[in-house]
Design a protein around this ligand. Structure first.
Ligand code: AMP
Length: 432
């Protein structure tokens, strides 16, 4: 199948071909015809499946093929709104809009918080056909009446599950109240929880559901490893693993912003160039960290789940769970950063006695056991007892995220008995 047979215009097919794509991905093949037909869509797809082009391409087609209503003073109104949970995702989606729309006269803009609002106000005075925004800043503009959403023809909620996780439900509802009732709505989500179904029911009219298999739930291209280690020795073990195995481009996950900062600082003290990326950092700092990481000059990027979500860094050789996530689905998102596009990746988890239940919950979700081992010199101290994991070690930590119950007490799978964790054969991975 080709992009042209999906019904996309030559200008769009040309941009896609120039980008180097020869064939639509499964989500694109399914979603594009539905969107072109003007139907509402519920898309089950996560980052990495090609979902962005799956909605951007048909939106570009629809807007370029039909004239805008109500053009005033030579300027047409904003016609498509794409809401994303994070600034990074907004930036990436808008990049895609520009890239795929480069042979079309449509104009796009991205809008997010944490940066000066005035340049955005200035830009809104010019032509904007497609607006990519995070909900909070969009509402700021709406309140100041610097944005007009009354002519939106197509709305996209991208990574809707993550928006709900981040507590954006009220913002989303407020935005909805500013949009025309008659519009096409597309909702993408990696998971279909009851909350998502309720949201979809309230927003979509006779939607078509398209779903592609979750990537990486049991991706054989990802080697998953877990090391048992004492809580206080994790950083020492991580430094050891990175140095022993010459790991470069390591994406390390922590649960909190505070932990991300502290770990990055400590790794730097250990001589490993590292930076932390999370919601409290300025946009400039995040972009800088991400760029140096992408170009290979930064060895380690330490991230929280929310900050990493939606970042398009593909084919990473190493993802490390310095702390296991409270929500098992986040593990799947995290390790999905590695082993992409046919290259082998390695996901390593450092598991202390506090986290055994979380590991069990992850295994249950992914339906694959994760073997745990210890490294010589890092054997666990059996006298150390499990302590509760603090959910909010920092004020301002992720809102509205409730950890799921880690495991039902009566059905714990075998394994993860710290007393019986076998030693590693060697210190893991590639040689020096
Ligand atoms: P997404 O799921 O939208 O974040 O896309 C994941 C990655 O797949 C991005 O790096 C895209 O550039 C890439 N991609 C999107 N569509 C295609 C395609 N048809 N063929 C090859 N790569 C693609």
């Amino acid at each position: 199948m080709s992009f042209a047979t999906l019904g996309l215009s030559p200008a769009i097919v040309r941009a896609v071909t120039e980008r180097g794509y020869t064939e639509p991905t499964p989500i694109q093949a399914q979603a594009i015809p539905v969107i072109l037909a003007g139907t509402d869509l519920l898309g089950g797809a996560q980052t990495g499946t090609g979902k962005t082009a799956g909605f951007v391409l048909p939106i570009l087609h629809l807007l370029s093929q039909r004239p805008a209503a109500n053009a005033t003073a030579g300027r047409s109104p904003i016609r498509a709104l794409i809401l994303t949970p994070t600034r990074e995702l907004a930036a990436q989606v808008e990049d895609s809009v520009r890239e795929y729309g480069k042979h079309l006269p449509l104009k796009s803009m991205m809008m997010y918080g944490g940066v000066n609002i005035n340049p955005q106000i200035q830009k809104l005075r010019g032509q904007v056909d497609i607006l990519v925004a995070t909900p909070g800043r969009l509402l700021d503009h709406a309140q100041q009446r610097t944005v007009d959403l009354s002519q939106i023809e197509i709305l996209v909620l991208d990574e809707a599950d993550r928006m709900l996780d981040m507590g954006f439900i009220r913002d989303i509802k407020k935005v909805m109240s500013l949009l025309p009732k008659k519009r096409q709505t597309l909702l993408f989500s990696a998971t279909f929880s009851n909350e998502i179904k309720t949201l979809a029911d309230s927003l979509l009219i006779s939607p078509v559901t398209v779903e592609v298999a979750r990537r990486n739930t049991a991706n054989e291209l990802i080697a998953q490893k877990a090391y048992a280690v004492d809580r206080e020795r994790k950083r020492e073990l991580l430094t050891h693993l990175i140095k022993e195995n010459n790991w470069f481009q390591v994406l390390v996950f922590t649960r909190t912003k505070h932990a991300a900062n502290r770990l990055a600082e400590n790794l730097v003290k250990d001589g490993i160039p590292s930076m932390a990326i999370h919601g409290n950092k300025s946009q400039a700092a995040r972009t800088r960290a991400l760029n140096t990481f992408k170009d290979g000059s930064l060895q380690v990027l330490v991230a929280t789940d929310i900050a990493a979500r939606g970042i398009d860094i593909s084919e990473l050789p190493h993802v490390v769970n310095f702390e296991l996530p409270n929500v098992a689905e986040d593990y799947v998102h995290r390790i999905g950063r590695t082993g992409r596009a046919g290259s082998q990746g390695e996901a390593t988890s450092l598991v202390c006695v506090d986290e055994l239940k979380l590991l069990t919950a992850i295994e249950r979700l992914t339906k694959s056991p994760i073997a745990m081992e210890t490294l010589p010199g890092f054997e666990v101290d059996p006298r150390i007892k499990a302590e509760p994991i603090l959910q909010r070690s920092q004020p301002g930590n992720t809102p509205n995220r409730q950890p799921r119950p880690a495991a039902k007490s009566n059905s714990r799978p075998a394994g993860h008995d710290y007393a019986r964790v076998p030693p590693a054969h060697r210190s893991g991975g590639r040689g020096r």
